[in-house]
Design a protein around this ligand. Structure first.
Ligand SMILES: Cc1cc2nc3c(=O)[nH]c(=O)nc-3n(C[C@H](O)[C@H](O)[C@H](O)COP(=O)(O)O)c2cc1C
Ligand SMILES: [Fe+2]
Ligand SMILES: [Fe+2]
Length: 383
């Protein structure tokens, strides 16, 4: 990536070989761990990188520095994808002062022991002059770790936003920001809508020209778009009108019913996404559940309960505070179908979920009766 400005240089790295980010997310286009250097009287480095890329990052940092040495290292949070190279960095630049907050240093000690010699513990709203530039720290507790803080550079109006506004995907691939930023946000930050809203309020008081996140591209135009998406996502509002259909099927009959519903809805001009929960990417299904204002779930009854992937899916959206949506239930069973009852009881533990008047029961296989029930359900969902 090119320089962010005359004073700010990108020194992050792309990881194209990681199989699962955070131990669970497929990243077909890899991942970037971003890091930046701000050149001024006191040269300041923003965050380290994952341990998979320590050496590559250190040589990029060295190349950018030339004969100079860094004065500060800002630690936005202690999650290992950004802090794992801290010890190696301090070994190479032992006089660096690490800037964090009280919680940062507590957690750092848990990870690395007593390796930080020079600590600067800052407070929320505190300013740190580093020459012509000044950094102002904005605490963002529980977005999504307790010690998270953003740094706002007041002269160039750059927000170093930590994981906020980040996405999956390395920087040398061209892909849609929104889809992979949504999948990242919903699954990694989704539970913390209220703290994100608090930070957005703080950010709205700032004049921001550039956002430098820890993953994904630097954002320097059309910032209202990205801030707007974060506002929608963190307030648990639907982003689009449409129906997400998630299904869990053993032999394919429930899948057939779900896909039939999708066809009928598409025929009515409704925007529809589907996910076969045993085969398709579960985090993508979670993201789409949040994206649309309606969710249809279709599940085979299994041992007097749900086919396990459906329970898993419902637990996942619940743990991300799924709320404010309309839900339709479709079940299948050959002798005593109970899936709708079980799914309904799980949704009833979530906030502000309303159910469609009609729900559908398939008795083993899709027949004419099923089609007419699905058609009636589609009528209701397309209203
Ligand atoms: C291991 C197993 C457990 C099942 N448990 C139940 C059950 O408790 N109640 C029921 O009505 N059907 C039960 N079924 C039957 C399925 O729900 C039913 O055959 C349904 O049509 C399967 O839909 P599918 O083709 O989408 O997998 C079970 C099926 C399997 C394979
Ligand atoms: Fe993080
Ligand atoms: Fe991260």
């Amino acid at each position: 990536m090119e320089n962010i400005s005359e004073s700010i240089k990108y020194v992050g790295v792309n990881d194209k070989t990681i199989d699962l980010f955070e131990g669970q997310y497929v990243v077909p286009n890899g991942m970037s761990y971003n890091s930046y250097i701000l050149f001024d009287e006191k040269i300041t480095v923003f965050d380290t990188v994952d341990k998979r890329k320590t050496d590559e990052w250190l040589s990029k940092v060295a190349a950018a520095l030339g004969k100079k040495v860094p004065h500060y290292l800002i630690v936005s949070h202690m999650e290992p994808d950004h802090s794992a190279s801290l010890t190696a960095f301090l070994k190479k630049y032992p006089d660096v002062t690490v800037v964090g907050n009280e919680k940062t240093f507590t957690i750092a000690e848990r990870f690395f022991g007593d390796v930080i010699k020079n600590k600067l513990s800052v407070k929320d709203g505190e300013e740190l002059p580093i020459g012509k530039h000044t950094l102002k720290f904005i605490f963002a507790p529980m977005v999504h770790w307790p010690e998270v803080m953003l740094s706002y550079e007041t002269t160039e109006k750059v927000l170093f936003s930590a994981d906020a506004f980040g996405k999956f995907g390395a920087l040398d691939v061209n892909e849609d920001w929104t889809s992979e930023a949504r999948r990242y946000y919903m699954n990694i930050v989704g539970k913390y809508g209220a703290p994100v809203q608090t930070v957005l309020k703080k950010a709205s008081a700032l004049d921001i020209k550039t956002i430098c996140p820890l993953h994904g591209p630097v954002l320097n135009e059309n910032l209202e778009y990205y801030l707007g998406k974060y506002d929608i996502w963190s307030s648990y509002a639907a982003e689009d009108s449409g129906v997400m259909i998630a299904y869990a099927s053993i032999y394919g009959n429930t899948a057939e019913a779900a896909e039939k519903l999708a066809d009928i809805l598409r025929g009515k001009g409704v925007k529809v996404e589907t996910a076969d929960l045993t085969r398709d990417d579960m985090p993508q299904a979670v993201a789409n559940a949040f994206r649309y204002d309606k969710l249809a779930v279709a599940c085979s009854t299994y041992d007097g309960w749900l086919f396990p992937v459906m329970e898993h899916f419902l637990n996942r959206i619940k743990s991300k505070n799924y709320q404010n949506r309309k839900v339709a239930l479709i079940e299948n069973g050959s002798w005593a179908p109970v899936a709708n009852k079980v799914m309904r009881s799980i949704f009833e533990t979530m906030k502000n979920i309303t159910f469609t008047e009609k729900s559908v029961t398939v008795n083993s296989a899709v027949n004419e009766q099923t089609i007419s029930e699905l058609t009636a359900l589609a009528d209701e969902l397309s209203k």
